[in-house]
Design a protein around this ligand. Structure first.
Ligand code: FMN
Length: 158
C-alpha cells in the first residue's frame, strides 16, 4: 500500500521524483561599451538573482556576442528572460531553443557561471559524459549540434 498523502488525484507522487525543468537558450550582441569587467558585474548580479529564482546556467561572452543557457521552473525562467531581453547591455536577442522536460539540471551547482568561448564546447561535452539522464543527454546533444552548426561560430572569435 502506498500512503494516501503520496497520491495526487490518481497519480502516485514520489517525494524525490525529478521535477519538470524548463530551459531557454539565446544569443545576442553585446552593446559597444560592454567589456569583460561589465560581464563580471552581470555575472555577480545574476548569481544573486538566480539563487532566489531557482535558476542555474551559464553565460558565454566572446566576439561581442553573448550566449546564455538558463534552466529552472518555467515561470521563473520566462519572467527573468523578460527582464534580460530589455537590458540595454545587449540587443538582437535570438532565442535558439526552449524545452520543458522531466530531467535533472545540467548545471546544478552554477547559479550563473561565466564560461570562455574556447571552453564552452568542453563544458557541454563534460556534462554529457556526466549525465545518466537520457533527457538531459538529448538536450546537451542538441546544444552541441547548434554549436557545431556554425550558427554560433562568431562566439569563438574574440
Ligand atoms: C547578457 C545578460 C545576461 C543576464 N543574465 C541574468 C541572469 O541570469 N540572472 C539575472 O538575475 N540577471 C541577469 N541579467 C541582468 C538582468 O537583465 C537585470 O539587469 C537584472 O535581473 C536586474 O536585477 P536587479 O533588479 O537586481 O538590478 C543579465 C543581463 C545581460 C545583459
Amino acid at each position: 500500500m502506498i500512503p494516501r498523502h503520496l497520491f495526487h488525484g490518481d497519480e502516485p507522487v514520489h517525494p524525490h521524483a525529478p521535477a519538470l525543468l524548463y530551459h531557454l537558450v539565446y544569443c545576442s550582441r553585446a552593446a559597444a561599451d560592454v567589456d569583460s569587467a561589465a560581464v563580471d558585474r552581470i555575472i555577480e548580479a545574476s548569481q544573486r538573482g538566480n539563487a532566489v529564482r531557482g535558476i542555474t546556467g551559464l553565460l558565454v561572452f566572446g566576439g561581442g556576442l553573448f550566449f546564455q543557457w538558463l534552466e529552472g521552473p518555467r515561470e521563473q525562467v520566462l519572467e527573468l528572460m523578460a527582464l534580460i531581453e530589455h537590458d540595454e547591455r545587449h540587443h538582437g536577442v535570438v532565442v535558439l531553443d526552449t524545452d520543458e522536460d522531466v530531467r535533472d539540471r545540467l548545471f546544478a551547482g552554477w547559479d550563473m557561471e561565466r564560461v570562455g568561448p574556447e571552453d564552452v564546447r568542453g563544458v557541454l561535452v563534460d556534462a554529457l559524459g556526466n549525465t545518466r539522464d537520457p533527457a538531459s543527454a538529448q538536450a546537451l546533444r542538441e546544444m552541441l549540434m547548434l554549436l557545431d552548426s556554425g550558427r554560433l561560430a562568431e562566439i569563438g572569435r574574440s
